[in-house]
Design a protein around this ligand. Structure first.
Ligand SMILES: [Zn+2]
Length: 322
């Protein structure tokens, strides 16, 4: 007997041309989506707040919801300003009830934790209908970073070329791309061979106007580059680019991890170049035990912890060879 396929909650291809708001909800989880439908063509899906304490994506996408009125649109644009609503209202990276990281929960499971169910909902209902995808992240409240754009390499060359063209639209950011890491929105996209990029903005719980402008420009250019809206091919600045085949390099949470709970006192600035072994800061336990955090290798500090209270295992800094 043929396997029963459940119908889509919202079949994008069946929507009439125009602007639509839809709530996607199932299995006790959900999110709001804003859809501009312009007939046959590419389907670009963009979301913010995969992590709840990242505000650049939600801010930019809500501005688009308020203001964007395309005169011509070939294809469909779907914006989800806040994907992880419970984490967003908790002001936290992950939702507090299950503590699971949505960016490690893809493709998700309908009978799993709420976070896993949310991943499944987004994966089945929107990613499955997209031809192109972008996930707008940031350093969150606890960290600050040097904004970049990236994508998954080593899966499919044609997909990679498209991703490169999408990433190049965000030319005020540098580009840092690496191999497939499981559980991400981008890994779910890669499994479907959907060209996808992610951006990382400064974070620190704020929204830097320069980052917002860079995201805005990048999104406008991406729409032109993918043929969704007409326009002259954008003139792009060359990007500092680092493409690695090392799965550890772009896995941000495994570098310079705190060995114990304590107070972190950084001794370097974001953007600084350091040698291997250089002191990055000091970690002091509440019982007064100090430890020096030393650079794992030479490079530039591209992520730095700003929240000084840290738990064992928290990443305190990330270096890139660029
Ligand atoms: Zn994030």
């Amino acid at each position: 007997m043929a396997k029963k396929i459940s119908p889509l909650l919202v079949d994008l291809a069946a929507l009439p041309p125009g602007f639509h708001r839809r709530r996607f909800a199932r299995d006790g989880v959900g999110f709001e989506a804003f859809i501009w439908r312009g007939g046959p063509g590419p389907v670009l899906l963009v979301n913010g707040a995969t992590h709840g304490d990242e505000y650049e994506g939600p801010t930019l996408l809500q501005q688009w919801v308020q203001r964007w009125k395309p005169r011509t649109l070939r294809g469909t644009v779907v914006l989800v300003p806040v994907l992880n609503e419970v984490a967003f209202f908790a002001g936290a990276r992950c939702r507090p009830d299950d503590g699971a990281n949505l960016a490690r929960s893809f493709p998700g499971n309908r009978r799993g934790t709420p976070t896993s169910r949310l991943a499944r909902l987004f994966n089945d209902e929107l990613l499955a209908q997209a031809t192109h995808y972008a996930d707008f992240h940031s350093a969150g409240v606890a960290n600050r970073l040097q904004p970049w754009v990236g994508y998954v390499v080593g899966i499919d060359q044609a997909m990679e070329r498209t991703q490169h063209a999408m990433a190049a639209c965000f030319d005020r950011f540098w580009c840092w791309s690496g191999p497939f890491l499981p559980g991400r929105t981008l890994s779910a996209a890669a499994e479907r061979r959907i060209p996808a990029i992610y951006t990382e903005c400064r974070g620190e719980g704020d929204v830097e106007p320069a980052d917002l402008a860079a995201l805005d420009l990048g999104l406008r250019r991406m729409l032109i580059t993918l043929g969704l809206v007409p326009g002259a091919k954008p003139k792009l600045r060359p990007q500092v680019t680092r493409i690695t085949r090392n799965t550890k390099e772009t896995h941000l949470q495994i570098h310079h991890q705190a060995e114990f709970d304590g107070l972190f006192i950084p001794q370097i600035k974001l953007g600084a170049r350091v040698r291997r072994g250089a002191p990055l800061g000091q970690l002091v336990s509440l019982t007064g035990h100090p430890s020096i955090i030393r650079a794992e290798h030479a490079g530039r500090i591209v992520v730095l912890r700003v929240q000084r209270s840290v738990r064992k295992g928290d990443a305190l800094a990330v270096l890139s060879p660029v």
